[in-house]
Design a protein around this ligand. Structure first.
Ligand code: 5AD
Length: 348
């Protein structure tokens, strides 16, 4: 068995593809030795395209109003304990100004699905950022919108869009979301984003409630087939004010192993070591990079709102997590042999 697993990693490295059953076998039987073996190959694959560089993105959490009620998420509309906020254009531009001075060349505007942000308002903000900082990329992570809306935002200058698929299995999707949200609509959005020409990021949570190894195998197959430019994965972490408050959080070990598999599937993918990974493991960011991740997304949101964008319990918002501490992040990356790059950091 042990040899068989190592052979599967060799095969994945060579062919960038395995069967669903093979992925499932790896996920069900991996151990620390296999994980280290995979990480070494994943690092080598990343290095071929990106060298020993880590890209940074300044994350601006523009609103925690959300019309959705995802069972796992702390900013779901039914959470009455969540103190809601939304940033103005001026707030967002101030974040960009600070971020630019700190060396960020990608700004990610992320938020709940907040109807306040019409196409008109967003296009105006995007145009302004692009005209003030023409050497920067603008990434959006604002959930599901119509194709026309995605097109308008793209025309205004947005370069990239992050929309996690959350799970590639329809039945599982329905256990994580209320009826108002549908798996097919999610997939429609991802296809539209790609057709329009965005650099697209999908992704999923590791260890979300009801998730099985088979589901995760399907997530990997989905990444193979959809071939996104980016993929964000992090452990599911419980949030006390959600229906999943009593569920177990996901594991850092499995997240790190999956990062390596994703790197081997798509050697040139942009792969973040996520905040959630950094939250359940103090060395999560470093472990992610050493497993093949090549992106970190420090928080650029105004300090006054940072504690309010609580997708899950204990989300880290200071220290290496904050854009203001990019020097600390640089030091941590240097300690593991990596260098933080000042560039847009497009996919190669
Ligand atoms: N734990 C981990 N990740 C979460 N997200 C939302 N809630 C949680 C949670 N409790 C992730 C989702 C979403 C992204 C913005 O944050 O995958 O797409």
């Amino acid at each position: 068995m042990k040899n068989e697993l190592f052979n599967l990693i060799d095969k994945l490295e060579k062919e960038q593809s395995l069967t669903l059953g093979e992925y499932q076998k790896l996920i069900e039987n991996y151990d620390s030795e296999l994980s280290l073996y995979s990480a070494e190959k994943a690092r080598k694959a990343a290095e071929k395209y990106y060298g020993k560089k880590v890209y940074v993105r300044g994350l601006i959490e523009i609103s925690n109003f959300c019309k959705n009620d995802c069972y796992y998420c702390g900013i779901r509309k039914s959470n009455k304990s969540c103190q809601r906020y939304r940033l103005t254009k001026e707030d967002i531009l101030a974040c960009c100004k600070e971020g630019y001075a700190l060396g960020f060349r990608t700004f990610v505007m992320q938020g709940g699905e907040d109807a306040y942000y019409s196409d008109e308002i967003l296009c105006d903000i995007i145009r302004e950022i692009k005209s003030l900082y023409p050497d920067c990329a603008v990434t959006l992570s604002l959930g599901e919108r119509t194709k026309e809306s995605y097109q308008a935002l793209y025309n205004a200058g947005a370069d990239r869009y992050l929309l996690r698929h959350e799970t590639a299995t329809k039945e599982h999707y329905e256990k994580l979301h209320p009826h108002a949200l549908s798996f097919d609509e999610r997939m429609r959005c991802l296809r539209d984003l790609k057709d329009i020409g965005y650099q697209v990021g999908c992704g999923f949570m590791v260890g979300s409630p009801y998730q099985t190894a088979e589901h995760l195998a399907r997530d990997l197959k989905f990444i193979e087939e959809f071939s996104p430019h980016m993929c964000g994965i992090g452990p599911f972490i419980t949030h006390k004010d959600t229906p999943f408050a009593g569920e177990k959080s996901g594991s850092a070990d499995l997240t790190v192993f999956l990062l390596s598999l994703i790197r081997l599937i798509k050697p040139n993918i942009l792969l973040p070591a996520t905040t959630a990974l950094g939250t359940i493991d103090g060395k999560g960011r470093e472990r992610g990079v050493l497993a093949g991740a090549n992106v970190v997304m420090p928080n650029l949101s105004p300090l006054s709102v940072r504690k309010k964008y609580m997708l899950y319990d204990n989300k880290i918002a200071t220290g290496q997590e904050s854009a203001q501490c990019v020097e600390e992040l640089k030091g941590r990356m240097k300690d593991i042999g990596y260098e933080v790059a000042i560039s847009r950091g497009d996919a190669k």
